[in-house]
Design a protein around this ligand. Sequence first.
Ligand SMILES: Nc1ncnc2c1ncn2[C@@H]1O[C@H](COP(=O)(O)OP(=O)(O)OP(=O)(O)O)[C@@H](O)[C@H]1O
Length: 284
Amino acid sequence: MNAIECRDLTKSYQGFTLDHITFTLPAGCILGLVGENGAGKSTTLKLLMNATSREDGQVSLLGTDNQSPDFLQTKQDIGVVLDEACLPEVITPLELGKLMSLTYTRWDQPLYESYLTRFDIPRTKQFKDFSRGMKMKLAIAAALSHGAKLLLLDEATSGLDPMVRDEVLDVFNEFTRDETHTVVLSSHIVSDLEKICDYIAFLHKGKLILFEEKDQLLEEYAIVKLSPAQLAELDRSAVAGVKQGPYGAEALVKRNQIPAAFVTEHTTLEDIILFLAKTQTEMQ
Ligand SMILES: Nc1ncnc2c1ncn2[C@@H]1O[C@H](COP(=O)(O)OP(=O)(O)OP(=O)(O)O)[C@@H](O)[C@H]1O
């Protein structure tokens, strides 16, 4: 089953258009959504939840069209963490648990309390006195405790210290061990996405430049250091991006088209994204 089917999703604001975004995400996967500030990540996540109006396109989450009356029921199966966790200022985590139990039919209080302990969240402190990281951890604990099958997480790991981030990434991994569970996580921290994602979506100025399996992407491309003569020797269709430096060029090249004599560098997902982003910017 597909967790998300998104076709031609389009929305415009003044000076910005999220432009016919199309992708399909199988259940059981983690999708990492990357892109520069203002690329359209939050807008995409809001549109997936039908939390803002669209001009064109169709979205189906967990098999339900997000504009059908049935979607109200499907929302029970979707955990959402927004960029800014918005909760009443005076609410405490224990009170939040009570509130959530009234909203979600499958609210699991013991599980919620186990996450409060795991993430070291004080149970009786008021939300207004929480740090940004604590607010995020609380929102993640709540999203994980109502039996959701799909988590939509907007920058949910930013603002967390490295140890907690690691813990939270482990939790997302554990969550998708159940093959009916799916996570979409937007982040600027590409190394986090490299650690846990199965698929990578790269948004640039409202366009979906890339949607691919992470392992495929890492297998497909490598960075090569080149002299001008070597660069000239390469088939241009194999080159996804070039950076000129004082001592020669670095290029992102399709591995199967790299001549045997050329030396490839260790290539990370971050390298690939940065090269592709730079190429897109130069093409505009
Ligand atoms: N409610 C709104 N009214 C007007 N413009 C908006 C609104 N929401 C978003 N935008 C614009 O849409 C564009 C995409 O914004 P969005 O928040 O989706 O980007 P993002 O990729 O999540 O960015 P960041 O990484 O900075 O959070 C930006 O140009 C933004 O100014």
